[in-house]
Design a binder for this molecule. Structure first.
Ligand SMILES: Cc1cc2nc3c(=O)[nH]c(=O)nc-3n(C[C@H](O)[C@H](O)[C@H](O)COP(=O)(O)OP(=O)(O)OC[C@H]3O[C@@H](n4cnc5c(N)ncnc54)[C@H](O)[C@@H]3O)c2cc1C
Length: 236
């Protein structure tokens, strides 16, 4: 029979990772907590388990946690969690993809190795008009395999390469349409740099950051504009 505490400042029904995170902050702030969980283990959809072969650990449900390890919770609680045994293991080879002509692209996590892989595949040669046309032909041929007759329906096509984007606006950097690198270090609250933690205010009085390079990142949402406007209105 489980013994329940006579008193707790906060009671959680369910011990998914959000409840565990909240409990950790509350405990750090001197509150007492009690978590009720109906599964055999806490964590909800975040579980690492041996599912078959001994010694082989799997992410049983959710597997990609960039919003967690790239966000403020990991920055604040990570060292304690690691001290208690949590370790994020990242495979050096993240994924692979089949390419036409029997080629295979391997995508390493390490950017330098990734660049070497792109060189090996000849995919870093730069985007001139001929490369863009050949790429578009390839995409259309792939689509044609699933939608027969598609090519015959194309009236005209306009190709925009990463180089074209970069020429249009400095926000497109070296052809990056997301106002920043599509990497963990640039995910969500890590924009524009991790130390900024998703904030829009800068150290310069009156100067704020806004746009896709800041929280919450790319996509047409107007969200960073709204956040900064609200903060400025509230400060007035
Ligand atoms: C198969 C799968 C794959 C996913 N993959 C990803 C991924 O790769 N990346 C990603 O970011 N997200 C992924 N998600 C989503 C993500 O895992 C969940 O959004 C997140 O884990 C939810 O966390 P939570 O703390 O809000 O609640 P949950 O993880 O849902 O935990 C809630 C807990 O409450 C318990 N509970 C509920 N009711 C009661 C009750 N009445 N009494 C006691 N206990 C109760 C449950 O047993 C559970 O343990 C995935 C989800 C699933 C299901």
């Amino acid at each position: 029979m489980t013994a329940f505490p006579a008193h707790a400042d906060v009671v959680f029904v369910g011990a998914g990772h959000n409840a565990l995170v909240a409990a950790a902050y509350l405990l750090d702030a001197g509150r007492s907590v009690c978590l009720f969980e109906q599964m055999p283990r806490p964590g909800g959809w975040v579980q690492t388990a041996e599912l078959g072969a001994p010694g082989f650990l799997h992410d049983r449900w959710s597997a990609l946690h960039p919003a967690f390890v790239g966000g403020p919770v990991w920055a604040e609680l990570g060292p304690d969690l690691e001290r208690h045994g949590l370790e994020y293991v990242t495979a050096p080879l993240a994924t692979a993809s089949s390419l036409p002509g029997g080629r295979t692209a391997i995508v390493p996590v390490d950017p330098r190795s990734f660049a070497e892989e792109l060189d090996r595949l000849g995919e870093r040669a730069g985007w001139d008009a001929a490369t863009a046309e050949a790429f578009a032909d390839r995409v259309l041929a792939e689509a044609e395999a699933h939608v027969p007759g598609l090519s015959g329906l194309v009236l005209e096509r306009h190709l925009t390469t990463p180089a074209d984007l970069a020429a249009q606006s400095p926000n497109a950097g070296p052809g990056d349409h997301g106002a920043g690198e599509n990497s963990l270090q640039q995910a969500l609250t890590q924009r524009p740099i991790p130390a900024h933690r998703g904030g829009h205010r800068t150290l310069l009085p009156g100067a704020w950051l806004i746009g896709a390079a800041t929280w919450p990142g790319p996509a047409v949402s107007g969200a960073s504009g709204r956040a900064v406007a609200r903060a400025l209105i509230a400060a007035a």
